[in-house]
Every structure is written in C-alpha cells, then in structure tokens.
Design a protein around this ligand. Structure first.
Ligand SMILES: Nc1ncnc2c1ncn2[C@@H]1O[C@H](COP(=O)(O)OP(=O)(O)OP(=O)(O)O)[C@@H](O)[C@H]1O
Length: 291
C-alpha cells in the first residue's frame, strides 16, 4: 500500500485538478473542470446554489465516487496511487442529517464507519456515509501508546468540545447510557456526530452543515468545534449558516459545477454578485429565525 507523501507546510492537503464528474453515466456534468486546493490548515467553506456541485466535491474527496476526468490528490499524491483507506483514514465526515447508531453514547462517539463498507454502500449518494450500518470500533482495534489518554478520556474530551459532556453526565450510566428516541434532541445528535468526528483527530474534517434550524447551543458548539479543528488541520464545510461563512478563512463559490470565485468574505463581497446575493439571503434567514 502506498503511503501518502509528506509535503512542506502551506501545501494543500487535498486538491482537485480539472475534475469532471457525473452520476450514473449521465451527460449532465455535476462538476465541470473544477480545480481547487484545500490548505492543510484552516477552514474552507463551499457555497453556491443548489445543484452547484458542493456535495459532489465531498463525495469525490471521500472517494464515494470517482472523477470522469481530471485528478484528485492527497499531499500531492494522486488518489489513483492511494488506497481508499489511505484517503479516508485522514478524513472525518459529518453529514447533514447527523445519524446516531443504535447503542450507547460511548459506542456512538468511539465507533466509526468502516471505509470499505461505506464505499460498498454507495456513500453520500444513497445516504449511507457516516451513519451506515457497518461500523468498526477504534476501541477494539486500536493500539494505545503507554501513558496515552484512555478511550473514555478522549470521548469525554470530544463531548466537552461540543458542549455535550454535562448532558451525558446527567444521563443514568453516563457514557454507557443507551441513546433513545427521547433522551437526545436533534441538535444533540448533531453534536454527537461532530464529537465522533473530532475523537478521530482527523487531518481533514468535512462537514455538511445542517440546513434545519439548530438551537443556539448547538450552533455555537459546532462553530467552536470547526474553529478548533481548523487550528490543527483542514476543515471543509458546506456552509448553510452565516456564522460559518463569516468564520471561514477561504470561501469557494461554486456555480454549475465550476469555480465561480474564491476569496475571503470581504473580498467576495466586493467582487462577486452571486456571493452578495447568497449572503443577503443568509442574513434574511438569520434575522427571521432570530425574530
Ligand atoms: N445521486 C445523484 N444522481 C444523479 N445526479 C446527481 C446525484 N447527486 C447529485 N446529482 C446532480 O449533480 C449536480 C450537483 O449536485 P450536488 O448535490 O453536488 O450539488 P449541491 O451544490 O451539493 O446542491 P445542494 O445544495 O442542493 O445539496 C446536480 O445537477 C445534481 O442534480
């Protein structure tokens, strides 16, 4: 198995180079010659109208689908030279409808999707990605260095990062509490999914932000988690919230499968009409949900 090349700081951890993609042999291109680089540190937000290709970018990065032309790279190495495991072991993915796995809090935080099983299930396209039934346990398979924190310590740390530790302590059994229909709200389930991603300490965190209205604590917790992960690695969000867009170090505006514009919020406000319209719509959404 090829191991990813190590590259100098500042080089992109992931890159799409002139990538074209379509689904099921369709002539309609989901991506049409897209080139973009994900820096190894910081927060990149993907924005653009419905159908612009944002989800397709994540599907390609996770190798749920393969490009029809062009190439993807991890640390400068073409995906074609890497195994699916090489790529996915570096990435954690939080999908939009945060799934929970039947079982305990501990299982939900420490278990992760088996990469091969997820690929076989078809990934994002059929909703089987991070919530798929085939799970493996870091706690069962991992080897710990002497003196390293225990798996439970890591679970508590990740729960604290998403402001769920007090909630879990309040449940009978704590980490051993079974998740039921009634003891976790939608926002708490979303935070649990983020905790599951954080506990892996991924080099790259991909997060498809929920479009549904989130409670204030959940929004703040996810914002904090993104900032924390972006300070030690790469974070790529499909941003649906103004706060997420404003926090991004770099924003890529996609339109019809192409890169329309990129830059910081201020730069794009100054030079891209579609971006201005997008931000205006988010502001209206934020104002109406606050009122
Ligand atoms: N599973 C699929 N089968 C067929 N076509 C698809 C599939 N998924 C996406 N597409 C098409 O690919 C193009 C890009 O879709 P994609 O989901 O990447 O856009 P998006 O920017 O994420 O949109 P949204 O904001 O609505 O999620 C669209 O034309 C879409 O119809």
């Amino acid at each position: 198995m090829a191991s990813p090349l190590r590259v100098p700081p500042g080089a992109p951890v992931l890159a799409l180079r002139d990538v074209t993609a379509s689904y099921g042999g369709s002539e309609v291109l989901a991506l049409d010659g897209l080139t973009l680089e994900i820096p190894s540190l910081g927060h990149v937000a993907l924005v653009g109208p419905s159908g612009a290709g944002k989800t397709t970018v994540l599907s390609l990065l996770l190798r749920f689908i393969e490009p029809t032309a062009g190439r993807l790279e991890l640390d400068g190495a073409p995906f074609a030279e890497l195994s699916i495991y090489d790529v996915r072991s570096r990435i954690a993915y939080v999908e939009q409808d945060a799934p929970v796995v039947p079982g305990t809090i501990r299982e939900n935080v420490l278990f992760r999707v088996d990469a091969g099983a997820s690929a076989a299930a078809g990934g994002i396209a059929n909703g089987a990605a991070a919530g798929g039934a085939a799970l493996s346990s870091d706690a069962e398979s991992g080897m710990r260095q002497p003196g390293a924190p225990s798996f439970d310590d890591e679970a508590w740390e990740a729960l604290a990062a998403v402001l769920l530790d007090d909630k879990v302590r309040s449940l009978e059994g704590g980490l051993d509490a079974e998740i039921t229909e009634t003891n976790m709200s939608g926002g708490e389930r979303q935070r649990l999914a983020v905790a599951r991603a954080l506990v892996r300490r991924p080099d790259v965190l991909l997060l498809d932000e929920a479009t549904a209205q989130l409670d204030g604590v959940t929004e703040a917790a996810i914002q904090r988690a993104i900032a924390g992960a972006a300070s030690v690695g790469a974070v790529v969000t499909i941003a649906h919230r103004l706060s997420t867009v404003l926090d991004a170090d770099q924003i890529f505006v996609l339109e019809a499968g192409r890169l329309r514009a990129s830059g910081t919020h201020d730069e794009l406000l100054g030079r891209d009409e579609l971006y201005r319209e997008f931000v205006a719509a988010l502001r209206i959404g934020a104002a109406s949900s606050a009122g």
